[in-house]
Design a protein around this ligand. Structure first.
Ligand code: NAG
Ligand code: NAG
Ligand code: NAG
Ligand code: NAG
Ligand code: NAG
Ligand code: NAG
Ligand code: NAG
Ligand code: NAG
Ligand code: NAG
Ligand code: NAG
Length: 477
């Protein structure tokens, strides 16, 4: 399949590519017909493959019930498809060099390396950046961070145009990570020309304390190795890695690929899809191996970043509390009713832990794959992930108006386990306040996290003081 020059006729059949006029010769090695053909495995790739909606629908309409009116919406979103970060890219590169130094002809699932193959992560200047048509090896691939960002903006405009039109001059917030910031700009592009959007860029530095889209940076007491420290990550068998390594080494004697190198192949597979649109590396793995790899990722995420970490609720209380304050504010006292913020996966996880989404199931064990546990990293914080909070007012039979709150995670309504008796399985605003009050009893971000060691800022204020403060942190990778 490699080296095949594609006829324009085959291009026209790929809908996202209809605008492409001609393929530049340097991109001929890409088999355009395979772009997007590996959707079935995105959910096993640690959330590093292109965006997909939450795969199990509660079937609750995302549109609110007819007798109700949307009055506020909040969005916390992860950046879109990107290049691997430096540390991940270096791990992948190590394997690439190993392949490069192998002098025999490749056989088995690595045979594709005998043909013309362009390593997608060779340019270190791209590491950690959002994928865009300008920086990828296959600009005809629509599965890029740029398009996920702008499509999200378009979808948002369609569903929430009433709220947008009421305040067409409004503010959006982003952390100062280059890829997060770039995603917010593509989102704004997707909103179109009818709005004037002011972008506030909040530093990710721990010195910001609670006034941050990345409050974990100020959580000095956070243990990033909880799964390891609790001996949980070592519980899960690495047999799936041994199986793959042995298979590759048997087919290619003398290659001597190790299990840790094999582990990096999963990242290679995921991030290559984010640039080329498909990856031959992915074809190395069996379904069972993908499932076990995916579970291992869920396991470490659950303890290192999510509810299995003792400070997850404390860190998550920061965005949850700020959102609550806005939800409790009468709309006529607000300058805008749409609050969109961009950040990273880990912060979304703690936000969901704070709210109590996907937090009520049994802890993951690591003993074997917990097939019936609802916590799946890639369903929640895949590239382009988005957590919406809807606030809507509904008229009751007696004609009184009440406010309700509801969460939509990656395009599917997710009722709170303990509060969903309102219209569309929402939670009434007073009940939501009580629910969070109970949830945050004894929880204190500032003291539990030891924030004072790096900052004295104990509250998130940027949603309110941006007009006088003007947040414009310089971008970082
Ligand atoms: C889930 O189903 C609801 C109700 O039909 C619909 O509004 C929503 O868009 C669906 N979500 C996805 C991801 O298909
Ligand atoms: C062989 O490996 C070294 C580093 O281990 C690397 O610098 C070199 O580029 C590799 N050769 C090829 C052809 O990949
Ligand atoms: C490497 O990537 C950077 C950033 O995208 C780009 O400016 C530069 O032109 C690239 N270099 C090569 C040799 O492609
Ligand atoms: C939008 O609002 C800001 C204040 O938040 C103001 O400085 C700016 O002039 C307004 N822009 C437009 C186009 O109305
Ligand atoms: C955070 O800011 C402090 C003080 O300005 C600085 O010393 C430190 O290097 C910054 N940390 C990061 C990760 O940028
Ligand atoms: C983890 O295992 C080590 C080595 O077996 C042991 O010393 C340690 O106590 C264990 N930790 C926990 C939290 O069980
Ligand atoms: C996957 O994990 C299960 C434990 O849930 C284990 O029994 C099985 O052997 C593993 N499969 C592979 C292919 O490693
Ligand atoms: C792989 O291991 C064998 C046996 O230890 C060794 O002889 C061979 O040199 C190794 N190959 C490479 C490429 O390191
Ligand atoms: C949330 O905000 C309220 C009101 O400011 C405060 O009393 C409470 O301590 C905060 N809770 C957390 C967990 O930060
Ligand atoms: C916090 O405030 C105290 C008292 O003003 C001061 O001593 C301390 O240095 C401050 N801490 C930081 C991290 O700025």
């Amino acid at each position: 399949m490699y080296g095949q020059v594609l006829a324009l006729a085959s291009l026209a059949s790929t809908s996202a590519l209809v605008n492409a006029v001609a393929i530049e010769p340097k991109f001929y090695t890409n088999d355009i017909s395979r772009v997007g053909s590996q959707k079935d495995i995105y959910q096993f790739l640690y959330g590093s493959a292109p965006y997909f909606s939450y795969p199990f629908n509660t079937s609750i309409p995302v549109d609110i019930p007819e007798q109700c009116e949307m009055v506020q919406v909040h969005v916390y979103a992860r950046h879109g498809e990107r290049y691997p970060t430096a540390s991940t890219a270096k791990g992948i590169e190590k394997v690439w060099y190993k392949f490069g130094n192998y002098t025999e002809k490749f056989s088995g699932s690595l045979s594709f390396l005998n043909d013309e193959y362009q390593f997608p992560f060779a340019n270190a200047s791209n590491w950690g950046l959002l994928t865009t048509p300008d920086n990828v090896i296959n600009p005809y691939n629509p599965l890029l961070g740029s398009l996920t960002g702008s499509s999200h903006g378009e979808e948002f405009r369609e569903r929430y145009s009433k709220l947008l039109d009421a305040h067409p001059n409004f503010t959006i917030w982003t952390s100062n990570s280059n890829r997060v910031h770039a995603t917010s700009e593509f989102f704004i592009q997707g909103l179109g020309d009818d709005y004037h959007v002011n972008l506030e860029t909040i530093s990710e530095n721990g010195t910001m304390g609670a006034n941050s889209l990345t409050p974990i940076s100020a959580c000095v007491n956070w243990d990033w190795n909880t799964a390891k420290d609790k001996n949980i990550s070592s519980t899960f068998s690495t047999q799936y890695l041994t199986d793959i390594s042995e298979r590759l080494n048997t087919a290619n004697p003398g290659l001597n690929i190790t299990n840790s190198e094999t582990y990096n192949l999963f990242d290679w597979c995921a991030f290559e899809i984010d640039t080329r649109g498909y990856s031959d590396i992915c074809d190395i793995f069996t379904e069972d191996e993908l499932i076990n790899y995916s579970y291992y990722g869920d396991l470490i995420t659950y303890y290192d970043e999510f509810i299995g970490n003792k400070l997850a609720v404390a860190v998550g209380s920061v965005p949850t509390n700020a959102t609550l304050t806005l939800l409790n504010t009468p709309e006529d006292e607000l300058d805008q009713t749409v609050f969109v913020s961009f950040t990273h996966d880990t912060h979304l996880l703690q936000y969901m832990a704070g709210v109590g989404l996907f937090s009520e199931g049994k802890p993951l064990t690591g003993k074997s794959v917990d097939f019936h546990n609802e916590f799946k990293r890639s369903f929640l914080v895949q590239l382009g992930a988005r957590v919406y909070t809807q606030k809507f007012n509904c008229k009751s039979a007696s004609n009184t108006t009440e406010s309700f709150v509801r969460y939509v995670v990656n395009d599917v309504v997710q009722p709170l386990d303990d509060c969903h008796n309102g219209p569309g399985f929402s939670c009434s605003l007073p009940d939501y306040n009580t629910y969070l009050k109970n949830r945050f009893e004894g929880v204190d971000f500032f003291s539990q996290c030891g924030v004072s060691q790096v900052s004295n800022t104990s509250e998130l204020t940027f949603y309110w003081d941006y007009k006088t403060k003007n947040y414009d942190a310089p971008l970082i990778i």
